[in-house]
Write a protein that binds this ligand. Structure first.
Ligand code: OMP
Length: 279
């Protein structure tokens, strides 16, 4: 079985280093001339899938915008996930889950077990209950070739007060998350399956991301003010492992599928340039 890290490495080689988020904000539905209901949600997602599902390496549906509509919204999420996977995109479901280990085991079977209706390639996870509490997600992911992206330094300004707090051993909370994920990825080739989330907005991190050996998801580009050129400041030598992620910046170019494709291509071109820049 191919690991998630290997599948991601291949997808990025084939399609380029880009993740596009599906975040159907009420304002975007309105801009697209769609009603703020399940039908509007469904049409929005079908348009995005049709426009970019066969060309973007990773697509990241944001679960919150589907859960807003209850079980029917979750039904749209399930069919969106299926369509994307059929088109060869890796699906990273943004749910930011975290809980005590026995409950995390249920989340793991909800998202990372291939027999689940909501099965995806990878999920986002919150380490607030301790990275160790996420162990059932890590083991289920490893068993089935899935991935987990754990929040480290988030793109929002409120994150720093928790994530940069310094513990008894002198490390920040974020650095302990980074170190524990690095440990999980040790020896993996070509890339580990356990990623970190580091916002494109955070500036120079002062943290050591050099030995993570896993993907570094960088949200916060575009709408939140992060720029491809700024990725070098944030990631430094870890730049080759970065997976830049855009939602509103690309989605705002819809509903014309050609406009969405062009926006994704533009984002990819800018990110390629930034990730390949020397010095
Ligand atoms: O895990 C994430 O993707 C995430 C982490 C983070 O630190 N900041 C962040 O914005 N996100 C998500 O990334 C997306 C950003 O959307 P845009 O600001 O529209 O590009 C949203 O779905 C956020 O929930």
């Amino acid at each position: 079985m191919e690991t998630f890290g290997a599948r991601l490495h291949r997808a990025v080689a084939d399609r380029g280093p880009l993740c596009v988020g599906i975040d159907p904000h009420p304002g975007l539905l309105a801009d697209w001339g769609l009603p703020d209901d399940v039908d509007g949600l469904d049409r929005f997602c079908r348009t995005v899938v049709e426009a970019i599902g066969d060309r973007v390496a990773v697509v990241k549906p944001q679960s919150a915008f589907f859960e807003r509509f209850g079980s029917r919204g979750v039904g749209v999420l399930e069919s969106t996930i299926r369509q994307l996977r059929d088109l060869g995109a890796l699906v990273l479901l943004d749910v930011k889950r975290g809980d005590i280990g026995s409950t995390v085991a249920a989340y793991a079977s909800a998202y990372l077990d291939p027999s689940s209706p909501m099965y995806v390639d990878a999920v986002t996870a919150s380490p607030y209950l301790g990275v160790g509490s996420l162990a059932p997600m890590f083991s289920t992911a490893a068993e089935h070739g899935g991935g987990v992206f754990v929040l480290a330094l988030t793109s929002n300004p409120e994150g720093a007060s928790v994530q940069r707090a310094v513990g008894a051993d002198g490390r920040t909370v974020a650095q302990t998350v980074i170190d524990e994920i690095s440990q999980l990825n040790r020896g993996a080739e070509p890339l580990g399956s356990f990623g970190l989330v580091v916002g494109a907005t955070v500036g120079e991190t002062g943290h050591d991301l050099g030995s993570v050996n896993g993907p570094l998801l960088a949200p916060g580009l575009g709408a939140q003010g992060g720029t491809p050129a700024g990725l070098r400041t944030v990631f430094g030598a870890a730049l080759p492992s970065v997976l830049p992620s855009y939602s509103r910046e690309v989605l705002g170019a819809g509903p014309d599928p050609a406009g969405l494709r062009a926006a994704a291509e533009r984002a990819l071109a800018e990110c390629r340039t930034a990730l390949n820049a020397v010095g």
